[in-house]
Write a protein that binds this ligand. Sequence first.
Ligand code: UN1
Length: 512
Amino acid sequence: IINLDFLAELGIQKRNPAFSTGRTFATLDPSRATRKIVSPTDGEVIAEVEMATQEDLDHIVATSQKAYENWKTLPAPRRGEIVRQIGEALRKYKDPLGKLVTYEMGKIYQEGLGEVQEMIDICDFAVGQSRQLYGLEMKSERQDHRMFEQWHPLGIVGIISAFNFPVAVWSWNAMIAAIGGNVCIWKPSEKTPLTAIACQNILQDVLKANDLPEGIFSYIIGDAAIGASMSHDTRIPLVSATGSTRMGKKVAEAVGARLGKSLLELGGNNALIITENADVEMAIRATVFGAVGTCGQRCTSTRRLIVHASQYDKVKERLLKIYPSLSIGHPLDESSLVGPLIDNDAVDAFKAAINKATSEGGKLLIGGDSYSKEGLSSNYVHPAIVEAENHYQIVQDETFAPILYLIKYDGEVENAIRIQNDVKQGLSSAIFTNHLLESEAFLSAAGSDCGIANINIGTSGAEIGGAFGGEKETGGGRESGSDAWKAYMRRQTNTVNYGRVLPLAQGIKFDI
Ligand code: UN1
């Protein structure tokens, strides 16, 4: 029996409001459609949420527009101070929020805590960033002219997040957007809205204490139609979306049709290469965490393991020894390393992918079936390893589940790099080697084509300080650290003439 006190601590009720504009939440209304939120861990209904309507979205957008008028004029370091307080509040609620992430999403508690830590870290990062929204000064070609650039906010940022990182990915977007002077409307995944409501409850105190207007941080709980409305809405200049490539293409099409901005973080098909010069034990640790961590439901999960022929048998043997010992179980039980998949559809997709792989010629080496135990939901599976070839259609696709495709390569590292790049997605990649020439080849222009390329580190578990995202069907967006803040801003080039005459650029003579 698990202790569910964290629900009350986070203000989660039996029935929860469809939206909030900050301090104010929608009043509960029995006539609204609702959705039951079932924990993937034990199949119990955690709570119900009311679903928002198109009119609710209109109300939120109008409120956000008003808030923006005020928020954009605050000095950026003042906005940073608000974000600092949000980070402090998150520190206070790290335990219960980590538990709710675990209970609603199914990742193990250590990872739930890790996710909240990412939120805290991005707050710290954003506080510093709030004093560093730097523009360049350029040297003007004209006498007595000064040329420079400024970064101004865009306005409303729509954030569509996925179930697998139900809160961290929102915070990367929202905190960076906020210090830049934007206001945010968050549509969490329909599968994990309770964590969003919990975040809003945590935020609310900070907004109140600072007497801030409604509409700076809002959430809206809705289905794909609400996401589509946000994508089409010209009042939302930027839509940042995380999720499947299929969803991302729809968002990009809708936003593109109105020439708005989108920031996309979509599917990955991440490979880890083990060369003949690798420290195999280190590579195995990285592979196992990458493949079975979060039950294979990270964008950065390791899906393909590309192993040099000289190491292949050893790697296979080690993995087949470790996989049976992985403790599968309730993710709040601290001894579990592998929790459940998010729902039954995900279990079906897992099994269908394995069938597809074997029908294309792959060999299932281990796992692939359901894991059942009293008190647990039917969403648990035994992580699978399949010997496969990169060109199989199923290997080309991202299946959001713990399936590791084992692929052999011969000869030079270039052969492995070619295999790793030969997919539609380009999020994360890793190579294990102690050979300088191999690692440099991997990082060169002819190397990995992914947004993330690691040496002797696995594909998942990136730090917030770097820009996060990838190429090709991964969508091209970059979130979180480095200069990702620029995606939430508009650049303005300014030229000032402090002389008494009007010279034209390019030396043009135009005498009137
Ligand atoms: C995601 O799966 O959408 O690099 C984000 C990682 C995490 C974030 C993953 N820091 O695995």
